[in-house]
Design a binder for this molecule. Sequence first.
Ligand code: NDP
Length: 299
Amino acid sequence: MSSTDPVCTPADLACWTFPGTALAVLGHPIGHSLSPAMHNAALAAMARNQERFASWRYFRFDVPPEELPAALDLFHQRGFHGLNLTVPHKVIAFDHVAGIDPAARSIGAVNTLLRTENGWRGFNTDGHGLANGLAESLGASLESADVILLGAGGAARAAAMECLQRHCASLWIANRTAARLDNLLAVLLPAAGNVPLHGFDPQSPPAGLPGGALVINATSAGLHAGDPLPLDLTRLPRPAGVYDMIYNPPATPLLHQAALLGVPHANGLSMLVHQGARALEIWTGARVPVADMMQAAMV
Ligand code: NDP
């Protein structure tokens, strides 16, 4: 899979002349994103059966967080049909959309926006992507699993809500910044029901962490060379599996450590594909064949 699509910026919207149906992913950084390669391959495959998709194209834009609210207005004015939001925009965008899908409302973060006449409607497809990615890559299910989730940003919010909705056995969340962790725990508490919900500092994992847990990294630690481990796996009871949402680079320090310890592990490529397929269904109204989409993007 390649990531050779050009990186655009909001300044490019001043003279935007693309005549077809435009989609885009917005992030900061955005260079790592494989979404354009994946979506454009899927759209090309769909265009072989339905001519209308021949004029659809997916772009990528580097948008700093302080520019996001104005940029969202500009993308709407320029007629974009749909947007994906990645690090660090998912929570920020939540307050700048005209409508929210009920499932995304409880998460407090959006990763997919659909154009409506009055503004953007927000959805969240990350939880669906995670559950399907875990099943596909690790044969793991969130139902009845003890989950140790790393991170408290937009992706972690969706992952945590998916764990609770699927009645995981227990949910342990670690984050570098305590205030952000506390905020997430407060948001999740009403949805936790009987599921034990705990927060902890990744520098001091508590003694009661369960063995055989599913460790899910939803931090961006590992995205850049030299990033620290988000959690030292040797300080936990042996986990059943480690899933890192990061897919580029394909092997993060956390996945290297899991490999050294002989723990089953996988990167986030499978999640990327499944969250992307659901987003494409929202934008196109068409059922997206995930396997074909993946295969086409790998060529
Ligand atoms: P956010 O910016 O919303 O959150 C980032 C999170 O990472 C925060 O919890 C932050 O902690 C933590 N973090 C950042 N740097 C470090 C570090 N050096 N050490 C420890 N923790 C760190 O990002 P998102 O939630 O949108 O995305 C998180 C990651 O998940 C990204 O790498 C993204 O690419 C990936 N992702 C992959 C998907 C897929 O389909 N495979 C889908 C969605 C996301 P703090 O609060 O302390 O700042």
